[in-house]
Structures are given as C-alpha cells and as structure tokens.
Design a protein around this ligand. Structure first.
Ligand code: CTP
Length: 397
C-alpha cells in the first residue's frame, strides 16, 4: 500500500504514455497522491486534461511558468515527492538524465531532486539495444536510478523484442518495494565504507586503495529491501548511493565517532577499509625538507578498532558483520578475525593484486559465520551486495 505517499510522475512522449493514465489510477487506488508532469512530447500522446482529471491535480508542463514559480518552484516540486517515477521513460529522456541535461521542466526536476528515481523505459527494440542506450543505462544504474522493465513482446511499431513499457501493476509493485514495503522495512542498518585518510601534515595523508564500491553497493541493496540506511563513508572514489543518510568522515577516529552516533541499529556492516595506524606525530604545518637528506621519522599510533568496539559495545546491533581483506590463508585469517573482533559474520576476500578485487568491479568472497566458511562464486560487487542484503534480511526476520 502507498497510503499518504506522494509520487512525482513524469510522463514522456511515447506511445506507452496512454498506460500512464492507468498508472495514475492504480497509484490513487493504492492511496498515493500523484503530481503529474507532462513533457512537450508527452502532450502529443495524452492530453493535460485527462492527466489532471485522473490525478485530481494540476499538470506541470513548463519550466518558466511564473504562476507555478510563485506557488511552488521547480526545486520544491522535485523535493516534495517521496519518489520520482518516469513512465514512459523515452530514449530522449533517459539520454538527458544520463548526461545531466536540464533544458525543460522534466529534466530539470530530475536533476534537482533529492529523492530516488524509478524509470520505466519504453522504446523501439533497436533503440533499447543501441550501444548509446546501453551506455546511458549503465550510467544511470551507477547513479542509483532504479529501472522497471522494459518487457519483451510485440511493439506498436510492429517489431518484436524488449522495449515495451512495464505494465502499470508492475510499476506500482516496484514503487511499493522502493518505498519501504520490503523485508527490511522499519529496520535501521549502519554501513561503513571506503578508505580512511590519516594525515601526516595538513597536505599529506596515508590512505589505501579502497574505492568504496562494495560498501556503496551494499548500502544500495539494503535500501532496496526497505532498510533505513546510515552510510558512514571515508573519502571514497565511488559516489554514495541516493536514498541513504550519508555521513562523510576522513579519519578512523572520525569514523568511530560517526558510527557510535548512528547507533542503535538492527545491523551494522563494516565494509570500510580502516587504516590500522595513524601518524602520532602529524605536523600542524607542512613538513619541510631540512636539506640534510634525512627522511622525516613518522611515529605511528594504533587506531581504534571500530568493528571490535561495536561488536563488544553496550549498544551492539543484533547482527554485526565485518569484512576481511586478506592476501593469503583467507579462511584461516578471517575465521581468527571473527573470533578476535566478536562479530557475527566476516565477509572475507582475497585482495592480492592479481585478483583485481580491490578497486575492481567484481568480488569473490567467503562468508564466515558460526556455522563455518561458505565459499561464494566470483561475481559482480552488486550481486554480492544483493545476496548479502538478502541474508541480512533473513537473519533479522
Ligand atoms: N576495522 C575497523 N577498525 C579498524 C580496522 C578494521 O572497524 N581500525 C574493520 C574493517 O572495517 C573490517 C574489519 O575490521 O570490517 C577487518 O579489517 P582488516 O583491515 O581486514 O583487518 P585488521 O583488523 O586490520 O586485521 P589485519 O591487520 O590482521 O589484517
């Protein structure tokens, strides 16, 4: 059910636009209110009058509509919704989204929103399969845009294949899942991600090669199952997912502070590659060469072990999961790490350079729990994230 939810529905210009009318009816039936936006091309397929009559609301069409700006500016319009749905999402609209263009009301709203976006693509099969479209969809997936469909079948243009817009009930189901009707609805999950940077002086730091890809994928997968996610991230190269509460930190000690502030949680997943050591004698000013040719002597102090603190702390989540980056004896070291830190599961992986895992898009993990070691096949970090999120949902059920 979508009672009390507000959906910003952008109707693009494709023959499937007629299905958007049925979609509005289904959203209303499920208890949601729909704020419709009709693109200029969309208007060629459905009339503003039928859209507004079904939605019981004004249709927004023009970017520079002064009356609307006085009532509700386009920024506010994009933020007041719980979710943005683009149906049909044409090749043109998806292309604009992928490249960040904002030259009409729909594309501007899509750039300005801070809410999650679901697209229901609809186009000719050749267009859907075109390399440019593949590129755009990959970019949009990276931006956290959710996709429903397209379905395969006979198309209005007479060709056959994928490209038909998903049926309205499937779009409503996807919206329900995104708005927290999933198995982790009502749960709070804390995820740490990325490297930490430990300063040497104001301009230099010690870091590691973590991109934050696995932690980011995990946060997105948990969010997709309906969890409220707090994402505590070091300076990662992969941007954080949308639809989660992002807390940016730099050092291990800052990460510990952010983690403790985010508790209580039902589960904590520590995917961050935390620096074990910080520079104890970090300079307040930039360290200068003294001309003697002698290297400066850095002294190190051990950083707090965030995973161990959370596992052994008073506010311990029901499920605490650590990661173990190893370069040899993966199962042996990870099993010992699980016992030493006191967490429930350890997701272990081999980060030897030849595996290409650290900084790469794939992962090959072993899940260590009280039941022993479970070897997962090598797969994309997104797939690892989805499987792990489902396991977490199962353990919290
Ligand atoms: N971790 C942490 N705080 C630290 C170091 C690590 O919370 N100061 C967490 C990581 O987020 C990860 C797990 O501990 O979930 C394992 O990290 P890893 O660096 O692989 O293990 P270490 O504890 O550093 O052990 P070792 O140095 O023996 O590999």
């Amino acid at each position: 059910m979508l009672a009390g939810k507000r959906i910003l529905l952008i109707i693009g210009g494709g023959i499937a636009a007629y299905k958007a009318l049925e979609l509005i009816r289904l959203f209303s039936k499920a208890g949601a209110s729909v704020v419709p936006v009709l693109t200029r091309a969309g208007e060629q397929f459905v009339t503003p009058l039928s859209v507004s009559a079904l939605a019981g609301a004004r249709v927004h069409q023009e970017l520079f509509d002064l009356t609307a700006e006085a009532e509700m500016g386009h920024i506010q319009l994009s933020r007041a919704a719980d979710l943005v749905v683009v149906a049909p999402a044409t090749a043109d609209l998806l292309g604009k989204m992928a490249t960040g263009r904002a030259d009409d009301l729909a594309s501007t709203l899509l750039m300005a929103t801070d809410k999650r976006v679901l697209v229901a693509p609809a186009m000719n099969v050749r267009m859907w399969q075109h390399p440019a479209m593949r590129r755009n969809m990959a970019l949009l997936a990276g931006d956290g845009v959710a996709v429903v469909g397209p379905d395969a079948g006979e198309m209005a243009c007479g060709e056959f294949g994928p490209g038909r817009m998903a049926e309205p009930p499937a779009i409503v189901a996807a919206v329900e899942a995104m708005l927290g009707a999933g198995p982790l609805a009502g749960r709070h999950v804390l995820v740490t991600s990325g490297p930490t940077h430990e300063p040497i002086d104001p301009v230099r730091f010690i870091a590691n090669r973590s991109s934050g890809a696995q932690g980011t994928a995990l946060a997105a997968a948990l969010r997709d199952l309906g969890a409220r996610v707090t994402f505590v991230t070091g300076p990662a190269t992969v941007p954080p997912p949308v639809g989660v509460a992002v807390v940016r930190v730099e050092t291990a000690r800052e990460m510990l502070g952010a983690v403790e502030a985010a508790l209580p949680a039902d589960a904590a997943v520590m995917a961050a590659a935390v620096a074990d050591w910080r520079v104890a004698n970090a300079g307040a000013q930039k360290m200068k060469k003294d001309g003697s040719g002698r290297a400066p002597a850095l002294e190190f102090a051990e950083n707090p072990d965030i995973l161990a603190r959370v596992s052994q702390g008073a506010n311990r989540p029901k499920l605490v999961i650590g990661f173990a980056a190893e370069t040899e004896k993966v199962v042996e070291h990870a099993t010992a790490k699980r016992a030493r830190k006191g967490c429930d599961w350890i997701v272990a992986n081999d980060v030897s350079p030849e595996t290409g895992i650290m900084g790469g898009s794939e992962n090959a993990v072993v899940l260590i729990s009280a039941e022993g070691a479970e070897v997962w096949p090598r797969m994309g970090k997104d797939a690892v994230a989805r499987q792990l999120a489902e396991r977490i949902a199962g353990a919290l059920a």
